[in-house]
Design a protein around this ligand. Structure first.
Ligand code: 13P
Length: 251
């Protein structure tokens, strides 16, 4: 029996205003009120964090940022730091999402710097990895996962690494309605976990939560979660609606 507490996180991407976020929280909280089996995290756009933190205060719901920079402050127009996320009430942060890698120049090296900063400030990092369709089709999935995981974790001290969460998000499954089969996801998770054992150690690898992301829906959540390698989900589109996201949380 795994001791890993499942984590179900909503990545709202660039959706919802503060008032829409508040409406979501008002509808969502009663649906998951007594649910403590899973850790639940909402990651809204930066401008909605205050509304979500206010709406979830006193509940067991956590709030996370979708990105941050590694510096603490400075002349970095448009950026947000770990101390700022913490000061707003965040406990988690998504790092290295494929959309950041694809559209905003995120690399394994910048993900690694951000990971070090998140750990220093005691934010729980959710580090995203995953192959492109062309990489899967040319048999490079394992190579990509090994590279992203080892470079992402470079230089992390094992005693600081306990809180790290990894999200396996095959890029071809994001927002496409195509989901990796539970077996494909489990195989990718095994590859990632073995690399974590090499980069850190076996004990941390065994305890590390590895989430699956990519077209997770109420209809496929329980099949995915029934794989013992899958320790939760990072949900995009289906997390925008309180009913739909609650069904995933209650899989
Ligand atoms: P979808 O659930 O919309 O496919 O998005 C997945 C994702 O990118 C979560 O971070």
């Amino acid at each position: 029996m795994s001791t890993r507490k499942p984590l179900i996180a909503a990545n709202w991407k660039m959706y919802k205003t503060p008032s829409q976020s508040s409406e979501f929280v008002t509808a969502f909280l009663p649906l998951v009120q007594h649910h403590t089996r899973d850790e639940i995290v909402l990651c809204p756009p930066f401008v909605d964090i205050a509304a979500v933190v206010a709406g979830t205060r006193g509940s067991h719901i956590h709030v996370g940022g979708q990105n941050m920079i590694w510096q603490e402050e400075g002349a970095f127009t448009g950026e947000i730091s770990a101390p700022m996320l913490l000061a707003c009430g965040c406990s988690h942060v998504i790092l290295g999402h494929s959309e950041r890698r694809q559209f905003f120049g995120e690399t394994d090296e910048t993900v690694n710097k951000k990971l070090h900063a998140a750990l220093k400030h005691k934010l729980t990092p959710i580090v995203c990895v995953g192959e492109l369709l062309a990489e899967r089709e040319s048999g490079k999935t394992e190579e990509v996962l090994l590279r992203q995981t080892s470079k992402g974790l470079a230089g992390v001290a094992p005693d600081l690494a306990q809180s790290i969460v990894i999200a396996y998000e095959p890029v071809w499954a994001i927002g496409t309605g195509k989901t990796a089969t539970p077996e494909m996801a489990a195989e990718a998770h095994r590859i990632i976990r073995e690399q974590v054992a090499r980069s850190l150690n076996r004990d941390i690898a065994d305890k590390m939560r590895i989430l699956y992301g990519g077209s997770v829906k109420p209809e496929n959540a329980s099949a995915l979660m029934s794989q013992k390698e899958i320790d939760g989900a990072l949900v995009g589109g289906a997390s925008l609606d309180p009913q739909s996201f609650s069904k995933i949380v209650l899989y």
